[in-house]
Design a protein around this ligand. Structure first.
Ligand SMILES: Nc1nc2c(ncn2[C@@H]2O[C@H](COP(=O)(O)OP(=O)(O)OP(=O)(O)O)[C@@H](O)[C@H]2O)c(=O)[nH]1
Ligand SMILES: [Mg+2]
Length: 238
């Protein structure tokens, strides 16, 4: 059903030595012909570890730009290389690459243009989740629904897959500099919903490691995640 020759996996990574190798090795090759790691100017050997683990393409930003910029770089590379679909997953070993079929199958079945992984759908899982993170990741989809009307259950999960032809839509302006950090992912979901594309959710696991999982700062990065909803809803940005 899934044709790996049509799929690239994009992994944004910033200082993920000790984790990125495992992530790359876990990508089932029956799902994807190419793993693209975008090293966001790491200082710890992330790129070397990704290459040694078998990533076909390792791109490097000369300076740190943020997860959104990393995803953008990876998606454009996947498109340039001729892939039809891309799946994005986290470089910090929080996702289960084994679950790639869950986000890819609806694309191959022609049922969706973007499949958003959800930790909160039945069948999803959140081993080790801290209470504060549980609360915030459940609140966010309610805000997303208020802003868009779309009843998503998980708007901030970095595991998703999409048809790369979406990037040709001039309404999806992923090239804007204000999206470079945590803004790009909710921006993409919002615009894809708003433009009337077919969005599905699929249950996935998000694992919370005891130490060193997050690099997010609650207030500054919380606002970065929230502001695409506010700006797009109010028509302040497009
Ligand atoms: N924080 C951060 N992550 C980056 C950056 N560039 C690339 N990344 C990668 O983006 C991915 C997601 O980053 P995280 O900060 O863990 O964000 P998250 O997984 O959405 O949120 P948590 O649930 O808090 O872990 C990781 O693989 C990072 O290595 C950057 O500048 N900052
Ligand atoms: Mg993380």
């Amino acid at each position: 059903m899934i044709d790996p020759a049509r799929v690239a996996v994009v992994v944004p990574a910033w200082n993920e030595a000790g984790k990125i190798g495992a992530v790359v090795r876990k990508v089932p090759r029956r799902c994807a012909a190419c793993v693209i790691v975008v090293d966001d100017a790491s200082t710890d050997g992330t790129a070397d570890e990704a290459r040694a683990a078998g990533a076909e393409r390792v791109l490097r930003h000369p300076a740190n730009r943020g997860v959104g910029a990393g995803i953008r770089t990876g998606l454009l590379e996947a498109k340039r290389a001729g892939f039809e679909f891309a799946a994005v997953l986290s470089g910090d070993d929080q996702h289960e690459p084994d679950e790639l079929p869950r986000v890819l199958e609806p694309l191959f079945a022609g049922e969706a243009d973007l499949v958003q992984g959800s930790r909160w759908l039945p069948g999803g899982a959140t081993p080790g989740i801290p209470p504060g993170r549980r609360w915030l990741t459940r609140l966010y989809p309610r805000l997303f629904r208020l802003a868009t009307g779309y009843p998503c259950t998980d708007g901030t999960n970095g595991f998703r897959a999409l048809r790369l032809a979406l990037l040709d839509d001039p309404r999806l302006r992923l090239d804007q500099a204000w999206l470079d950090r945590y803004e790009l992912e909710p921006y993409l979901l919002f615009q894809v919903v708003r433009c009337g594309y077919r969005v599905r959710e699929a249950p996935v696991t998000v694992r919370y490691h005891a130490r060193g999982t997050t690099k997010m700062r609650l207030l500054a990065d919380g606002w970065r995640i929230l502001r695409p909803l506010v700006f797009l809803r109010l028509g302040l940005r497009h």
